[in-house]
Write a protein that binds this ligand. Structure first.
Ligand SMILES: Cc1cc2nc3c(=O)[nH]c(=O)nc-3n(C[C@H](O)[C@H](O)[C@H](O)COP(=O)(O)O)c2cc1C
Length: 384
């Protein structure tokens, strides 16, 4: 059966990836209400069907923070990606490069900054979590510079980890523990095991051997609680901006007031995001907040969005509501878990095809011409 939509890749990944890692991707905080709303709210937005307009020579090409993209989609930073598939970050970065969209490497990746740099030829983006150990933060920034990363994505909404029940119940860790439950979960996924046995990359590549006082990295929640800095402030953002000195994207803005503060920092873009529903359960979906944030700071800073994008239609709706760029987390992780690099390419292909055809059926030929005019303002539209 060919994979025609992102949900096909999700079903395949569920069969191929050990339960604890599949669940790590497919989970939100507490009741998972915000996780579900991120996806569901896209369906409330209706498109205008237009006819008898020239639909030839269509273009999805755009820019995000001035960098060329073949469509306005980047790969989100995701932790433990090398546990969805052996060497996952390296494979996903290659797929993104071939496709002409940005790949963002997480601080909490399995493959290191240097690993990804060694298998790519174009710059990728690096996502930074700020730890209490500022020397280590400085070290990460220097390594990202040395690897010629072309943007720093600073995540602001995870200084304290939201509780995800599935991870606690599954006893998630990297490398995985060897209890009977975990051995069973892996033994029933032999393809995953074989590939994992052929790689040495099974721990947190950016951290192990680089950070001081790493006492318990086997438990993600324990390490996050110990090391992430809950005092992170706007002053720290200024410090990081100055230290990095390159294009800076602030990730995890969901409130117009925070967006105004973010715009004042002189950063290049913000990502309207609730961390894919993995942090503050009960927060609004990111797409429902986008119009208010565009109204607040649309003229002052470039606006990107993530959370709940599962189709090309969703991408088009986000662009129509004012997002210059979008990001996908789970869609590429499902592709990766399903079939490695080919699966990530397939996820991107699916989204591109859906985006292209949807744009045409809305009567547009160029993604740069898409605005709120393509949305049906009477049919269940989200508030402006
Ligand atoms: C498995 C997983 C791990 C994640 N790890 C990180 C991370 O390390 N850093 C970060 O800034 N965001 C992380 N995120 C959040 C994503 O960057 C992004 O905000 C979110 O996945 C977007 O929602 P979507 O998955 O519905 O596309 C993670 C998300 C998932 C699903």
């Amino acid at each position: 059966m060919p994979s025609l939509e992102i949900s096909d890749l999700k079903a395949l990944a569920k069969r191929r990836v050990p339960k604890m890692f599949f669940d790590y991707a497919d989970s939100g905080a507490w009741t998972e209400g915000t996780y579900r709303a991120n996806e569901a709210d896209y369906h409330k937005i209706k498109l205008r069907q237009r006819v008898l307009v020239d639909m030839t020579n269509r273009s999805l090409a755009s820019t995000m923070i001035g960098q060329k993209v073949s469509m306005p989609v980047a790969l989100s930073p995701t932790g433990l990606t090398g546990m969805q598939h052996a060497d996952g970050e390296m494979l996903a970065a290659q797929a993104a490069e071939e496709f002409g969209v940005p790949f963002t490497l997480s601080t909490m990746s399995i493959c290191s900054i240097e690993d990804v740099a060694s298998v790519t030829t174009k710059p990728f983006w690096f996502q930074l979590y700020v730890m209490k150990d500022r020397d280590f933060v400085r070290n990460l920034i220097e390594r990202a510079k040395a690897a010629k990363c072309s943007a720093l994505v600073l995540t602001l909404d995870l200084q304290i980890l939201g509780q995800r029940h599935k991870d606690l119940r599954n006893g998630l860790s990297a490398p995985p523990k060897f209890t009977p439950k975990h051995i069973w979960q892996m033994a029933t996924r032999p393809g995953w095991c074989l590939k994992m046995m052929k790689t040495q990359r099974r721990g947190f590549g950016n951290i192990v051997g680089h950070a001081k006082n790493v006492s318990d990295l086997s438990s993600l929640s324990a390490w996050t609680a110990e090391q992430f800095d809950p005092k992170l402030s706007w002053d720290d953002v200024a410090w990081i901006k100055q230290l990095w000195g390159g294009p800076l994207i602030l990730k995890g803005i969901l409130d117009p007031e925070d967006a105004r503060m973010a715009a004042k920092t002189g950063a290049d873009a913000i990502i309207v995001s609730n961390h894919g529903g993995r942090q503050l359960d009960g927060a609004a979906s990111s797409i429902s907040m986008l119009p208010r944030i565009v109204d607040a700071v649309g003229g002052d800073i470039e606006i990107h969005i993530d959370g709940g994008i599962r189709s090309g239609q969703d991408i088009l709706k986000a662009v129509a509501l004012g997002a210059r760029g979008t990001y996908i987390g789970r869609p590429f992780l499902y592709g990766l878990g399903a079939s490695g690099k080919t699966g990530v390419r397939l996820a991107l292909d699916i989204l591109r095809k859906e985006l292209d055809i949807t744009m045409a059926l809305c009567g547009k030929r160029d993604i740069l011409d898409v605005d709120r005019d393509i949305l049906d303002s009477d049919a269940g539209q989200l508030p402006r």
